[in-house]
Design a protein around this ligand. Structure first.
Ligand code: ZN
Length: 141
């Protein structure tokens, strides 16, 4: 998803709009599907950021922060999904993964927990899929 600030050239209204991608914006623009919700004009354009006006180091910091925030947020979402759908088995991950692998998989709930690199390697050798995912500790609690 990408957010653009759009401006209506007819009535000068500016508003934010979300697009799946910059390509989607271009497509909608070409087909005249973008219109101003104030005056209904098709004369709506995307305002351009002016990166040249930013000084280089702050530009870099900005991008770095943006990246960190996005990744951090993704991990948090992922963690929430896992917590909601998987069973936490802590240090017993490798053991529990084997139990699931060698029993009826359809009944088994997914699990998550901690495992050492060696354990993961062993599981892989046995044909058990385990994904290593980044995990951030929530320090707010
Ligand atoms: Zn307008």
């Amino acid at each position: 998803m990408i957010k653009y600030k759009l401006i209506c050239k007819s009535c000068e209204l500016s508003f934010d709009s979300w697009f799946a991608s910059s390509q989607e914006y271009d497509k909608l623009k070409k087909r005249n599907f973008l219109n101003c919700h104030n005056c209904n004009s098709n004369n709506v354009i995307k305002t351009l950021m002016a990166p040249k006006l930013m000084n280089k180091s702050s530009d870099k910091d900005y991008l770095k922060n943006l990246k960190t925030n996005t990744v951090g947020k993704k991990i948090k979402e992922y963690q929430k999904f896992i917590k909601d759908n998987f069973k936490f088995v802590g240090e017993n991950f490798a053991q529990e993964a084997r139990i699931i692998h060698y029993s009826d998989k359809k009944k088994a709930k997914g699990i998550y927990g901690t495992a050492s690199k060696d354990e993961i390697t062993e599981l892989k050798e046995e044909g058990i899929n385990a994904e290593i995912i980044p995990w951030t500790k929530d320090n707010r609690n």
